[in-house]
Design a protein around this ligand. Structure first.
Ligand code: LLP
Length: 463
């Protein structure tokens, strides 16, 4: 195939990408620190390195596709969140973003708590040695077995999501002769995504008990009457990939007004507020996320101000970042296969993974960036679409991307910021074998989640 035949860019106005890829970047070889994990650089050969290891060597040893996780970056982010919130607050890492035994160990060592949303996430956390009192269990439909296990192992808090659950958790705690610490998850009528938040009508969802209409206040009434439950606070989670703090401000104000109502009605000041997760990260250089320090300061000020206005003692604050901790720490390493130039349109670049290792593009129209990482190139930028190998035309990893026009089969591409909700949401579509997670640090690499094998899949298929 003649490389020079590739169109250097789009010729039809209707295929021009929007946003991040509206124009080619000045230099395709730059690995911008805003989207790549901290220890990523290019070495003298022009190949990318992470944790001191050349991606070509990583591909050789562990195969592709693979998620490469920068352990030093993960730990640094944990420390930054811990330091930003200080001793008067708790940081619960949201395990749904990505959970493994190694991650639990790092969280434990770095002083973070852990939020789990299923019995199996709980099992991983406990197995890896997270003390139960530092775990919170969420979920809108916890099973009896999950509740039983949580109470039995002594999880620090169960976040109650419905009236039925209040009764079920109370009955289980009663049965075990325990007093279970709980929070009540409320819906505050705010939904936030990226730069927007909407402050009406979002009680229309499956999670939580609505503040509007008094469901949340009724839940407090019921919990306070139950001997086997200790109500420690109110929980709210308003959305995902949020950059604008205005949604949190409205949420905090509404949660604090419930705390004031509770004090007035019951003479009880609840000691905790959890404002959930949802803090955004940079998927492309167009995204401009807040630093943990700034977020902690903004949330602390909002809660303090609202409590002072309501004459309440400031409760202990907790947050549950998942994406903001693990998201930026990993990239997916792929090998380029088929390259299909479409004259005047774009070039389809197929990689050896796809929607089975990153469903976010297909599911949420998520934007990612991508770079050639096995070498540098001075070739002109080529408007590309990075697609997977699945039998589905929606199998897109990066919708619009500029890659060098001399891209060839066997080159390695990497998609940064895939640490959150990629391995966690990976599937076996087309019997794809889910890729490994390889942790790198200080010149060492180790598999923390191994690649699935054909035997794994065949073992499940009992015939
Ligand atoms: N706390 C609660 C109660 C949550 O429901 C979530 C996420 C988090 C914390 C963590 O949110 P984070 O800081 O990671 O945004 N699969 C979607 C995201 C779903 C998030 C669900 N809940 C995605 O790939 O964007």
């Amino acid at each position: 195939m003649s490389r020079s035949a590739h169109p250097a860019g789009p010729r039809h106005a209707d295929v021009l990408p929007e946003g991040h890829y509206a124009a080619p970047p000045a230099d395709l070889n730059t690995l911008d620190t805003r989207v790549w994990s901290r220890t990523v650089t290019r070495n003298a050969d022009g190949a990318a390195e992470v944790g001191g290891l050349d991606v070509r060597a990583l591909a050789e040893e562990f195969g592709t596709p693979a998620y490469i996780l920068d352990e030093a970056d993960f730990r640094a982010r944990c420390r930054a969140w811990r330091a930003a919130f200080g001793h008067g607050a708790d940081v619960f890492y949201a395990g749904k973003a990505f959970l493994s035994r190694a991650v639990v160990k790092w969280l434990h060592e770095e002083g973070l708590n852990l939020d789990v949303c299923s019995g199996t996430e709980l099992a991983v956390a406990l197995d890896a040695g997270m003390p139960a009192e530092r775990i919170a269990l969420h979920g809108n439909n916890k099973s009896t077995a999950e509740i039983e296990r949580a109470v039995e192992t002594g999880v620090g808090r169960i976040v109650l999501d419905s009236f039925q659950e209040i009764a079920r958790v109370a009955a289980e705690a009663d049965r075990q002769g325990k007093r279970q610490r709980v929070q009540i998850r409320v819906t505050v009528g705010v939904e936030a995504h990226t730069h927007e938040f909407i402050a009406t009508a979002h009680e229309d969802q499956k999670f939580g008990l609505a503040l509007a209409g008094g469901q949340a206040a009724e839940a407090v009434r019921r919990v306070l009457k139950l001997e086997s439950l200790e109500l420690v606070g109110i929980h709210s989670h308003i959305g995902s990939q949020i950059f604008d703090m205005a949604g949190f401000e409205v949420a905090a104000r509404r949660v604090v007004s419930l705390l004031a109502e509770v004090r007035d009605e019951h003479g009880v000041e609840l000691p905790e507020i959890d404002l959930g997760g949802g803090l955004g990260i940079a998927y492309t250089t167009d995204d401009d996320p807040r630093e943990p320090q700034e977020i902690a300061k903004a949330l602390g000020e909002i809660v303090t101000r609202e409590c002072e206005a309501a004459r309440l003692a400031v409760p202990r604050l907790s947050v549950e970042p998942g994406r903001a901790i693990v998201g930026p720490t990993a990239f997916t390493l792929y090998e380029v296969g088929t390259i299909k130039p479409l004259d005047g349109l774009r070039t389809y670049v197929s990689v050896d993974g796809g929607m089975s290792d990153n469903i976010r593009t297909a599911l949420y129209d998520a934007e990612y960036s991508v770079s050639l990482v096995s070498r540098t190139s001075d070739a002109e930028p080529m408007l590309s679409r990075v697609v997977g190998k699945h039998c589905e035309s929606g199998d897109i990893v990066v919708k619009d991307a500029f890659l060098p026009a001399d891209l060839a089969p066997g080159d390695l591409l990497a998609v940064p910021a895939t640490g959150a909700y990629c391995r966690a949401m990976a599937s076996n579509y087309n019997h794809a074998l889910r890729p490994p997670v390889v942790a790198v640090t200080d010149g060492r690499a180790r598999v923390i989640v191994r690649r699935e094998t054909e035997e794994d899949l065949l073992r499940l298929d009992v015939g």
